[in-house]
Design a binder for this molecule. Structure first.
Ligand SMILES: Nc1ncnc2c1ncn2[C@@H]1O[C@H](COP(=O)(O)OP(=O)(O)OP(=O)(O)O)[C@@H](O)[C@H]1O
Length: 623
């Protein structure tokens, strides 16, 4: 077992190590493999969304016996989950889409192969990846991460209920062995309980006092330190070097057994702490120039404690405090997610150890996958909806994954040599008693004091940083206020000028108004006269209309008379015509008669004249 002061923490400290010895790998993204999270070049700037997987557990035996109504339906093909809610006698379906959805009958193997296996490949390409399970208590976080409890593998095979962690371990070893790679691997396992970090791999302290020490007292909290580069590391965290999957399973069993669990109404063996199991792999590679490089990948597997409703989980006293602490750190996690999604300037990572530990996995350089777990039962609907909202929001977090810088083997060896030298000196000093020696009691006391001081300094540092930040914010606020007041002064001056102009304009308007008023009065008078005339005109028009109606009746009578007269005239005309032709005929006859009688008269006269003549002549002759 290896123990170092500044051991790699769940944050990718290894990426920032001794810059002078490091060389960049050819293509930071080239390694992104089969996984859905592959990082094409453009994504490096834009970032890659946190992948969110949703898993709904089946009803438990008790729930099935009690005929618990199911309110969740999963559509794996469409990657959707629908929750059915009845509000005011109305059925409301809320549907959420995720990157992958696994329903109650999904198998551990399927979840791993479809969603986690690509991430494991990316770890082996040199990325830091984090997989964490989030959900209400009893929804299957531990089942998904660790498995159903059947640890023993039959004939080297993993049990069917083996979870993400053993399957990832198995896959890592299988790939490395298939590649005949030269590698080294170390693991860490820590627990975060009531805002205190404990090392689940730390050797048990020899119990000096005769009295039995309560289990919790035996767990020494360890400090979370700032590394000065924006990251954190857990001081004194045990790193166990491992050579086989079997060794890791044993470590997991040992660590898991130390995790704090308790029976709640919602889960018989409920994890009361958050746990982070990390695997760091160093793989030797040869460059084209046959230089030996070390590629580093890290996989963080996080099993969060249940997000729960204190009253529903039946937590009381100590358990209630515990639930409060769990909810507090999950609440901070929620606030961090919100701040990242809303791109607010300040992300409150510092408000809880959980978010400090997960900082790089949320908005950092790590590739992250969240497995949100839910129950299908109607009695968990409230928490289920909250998990669905939470997970759905987390989908919008963007990380900027970067492949870890590869280290030259010589640089790693140099580092290790200086580490060995340091340890040798410590061993030598201890053996030769060539150092400062104090009684064990005092040493323990001083250590405790030192730890308290360190924590105090750390807390003061955090406070100071917060205050500095506050000061900067206040200064920015003050500057902004000054700027605002200058702007306001200018605006005031302009407003006063505008006011004066407005006053003049108002005066003009008032004058115009009184003029308009008198004009209106005149117009009103004219209008009333016009109205009177209009009224009398209307009366006249009525009279005229009556007269016109009479005239029209007269005219129509006249027309009928004219018609009658025309008819009579027509009769007269034909009579006259007939009379004229008759007259003409009679006149012609008369004329003929007269001319005949005239001729007869003339003949007669002539005869008389001749007779006279002859008489006269006779008389003359007679004489
Ligand atoms: N997908 C699943 N298939 C079968 N059984 C499951 C599944 N998920 C959970 N279970 C069972 O449900 C119970 C609760 O699961 P688990 O302990 O993993 O919940 P948890 O979310 O880790 O709870 P807590 O937050 O309280 O630790 C266990 O008995 C587990 O075996």
């Amino acid at each position: 077992m290896e123990k170092r002061g500044g051991t790699p923490s769940p944050s990718p400290r290894s990426t920032e190590k001794s810059g002078k010895d490091l060389t960049r790998s050819g293509d930071a993204n080239g390694g992104a493999s089969a996984g859905g999270n592959a990082t094409p070049k453009g994504d490096k700037e834009k970032g890659v969304n946190v992948q969110v997987i949703l898993r709904c557990r089946p009803l438990s035996e008790d729930e099935t016996k009690g005929n618990t109504p199911v309110v969740i339906s999963c559509n794996e093909r469409r990657r959707e989950v629908a929750a059915t809610q009845v509000i005011a006698n109305k059925q409301i379906d809320r549907t959420f889409a995720f990157d992958k959805v696994f329903g109650p009958s999904s198998k551990q193997k399927d979840l791993f192969e479809q969603s986690i296996s690509p991430i494991v490949h990316e770890v082996l390409e040199g990325y830091n990846c984090t997989i964490f399970a989030y959900g209400q208590t009893g929804t299957g976080k531990t089942y998904t991460m660790e498995g159903g409890g059947t640890r023993k593998a039959k004939s080297g095979e993993l049990p069917t209920d083996a979870g993400v962690i053993p399957r990832s371990v198995r896959q890592i070893f299988d790939i490395l062995e298939a590649q005949c790679a030269e590698y080294s691997m170390k693991v860490t396992f820590l627990e975060l309980y009531n805002e205190e970090i404990t090392d689940l791999l730390a050797p048990d302290e020899p119990r000096f006092p005769v009295l039995p020490v309560p289990e919790d007292k035996n767990k020494k909290p360890i400090a979370l330190m700032e590394d000065g580069k924006g990251g954190v590391f857990v001081r004194g965290l045990e790193e166990e070097v491992v050579y086989s999957a079997g060794e890791i399973y044993k470590i997991l069993d040992k660590g898991s057994a130390k995790r704090r669990t308790a029976e709640t109404l919602l889960n018989k063996q409920s994890s009361r702490s958050h746990s982070i199991f990390s695997i760091t792999i160093h793989i030797k590679e040869l460059t084209h120039e046959s230089e030996e490089m070390i590629k580093i990948g890290k996989l963080n597997l996080v099993d969060l404690a249940g997000s729960e409703n204190i009253s529903r989980s039946g937590a009381r006293d100590g358990r209630a405090r515990e639930a409060g602490e769990i909810n507090k750190s999950l609440l901070t996690l929620g606030r961090v997610i919100n701040a990242l999604v809303e791109h607010s300037g300040h992300v409150p990572y510092r408000d809880s150890k959980l978010t400090r530990l997960l900082r790089d996995s949320l908005g950092g350089k790590t590739k992250t996958c969240i497995i949100a777990t839910i129950s299908p039962s109607v009695y968990c609907l409230e928490e289920t909806l909250s998990t669905l909202d939470y997970a759905h929001r987390a989908k919008n977090i963007r990380n900027k994954p970067e492949v870890n810088q590869k280290m030259m083997k010589s640089a790693v060896i140099k580092d290790l040599y200086s580490e060995i030298d340091r340890l040798k000196q410590e061993v030598f000093a201890a053996r030769e008693k060539n150092g400062i020696y104090i009684p064990r009691e005092r040493y323990l006391q001083e250590e405790a004091e030192k730890k308290a001081m360190t924590e105090k300094i750390e807390k003061l540092g955090v406070d100071l940083e917060a205050r500095d930040k506050q000061l900067v914010e206040l200064k920015e606020l003050y500057d902004a206020q000054m700027l605002l007041s200058a702007e306001l002064g200018e605006k005031l001056e302009k407003t006063q000028k505008d006011l004066e102009d407005t006053r003049h304009a108002l005066h003009d308007l008032e004058e115009k108004y009184s003029e308009a008023k008198s004009t209106i009065k005149e117009k009103e008078f004219v209008i009333s006269n016009l109205q009177n005339s209009e009224k009398s005109l209307v009366d006249c028009a009525y009279n005229l209309r009556a007269e016109l109606e009479n005239a029209a009746a007269d005219v129509s009578g006249l027309f009928s008379k004219i018609e009658r007269k025309d008819k009579i005239e027509d009769g007269n005309r034909s009579l006259v015509q007939r009379f004229r032709s008759q007259l003409t005929q009679e006149l012609d006859a008369l004329h003929k008669t007269v001319s005949t009688s005239v001729m007869q008269q003339e003949d007669h006269l002539k005869e008389m004249e001749d007779d006279m003549q002859s008489f006269v002549s006779s008389k003359d002759e007679a004489i």
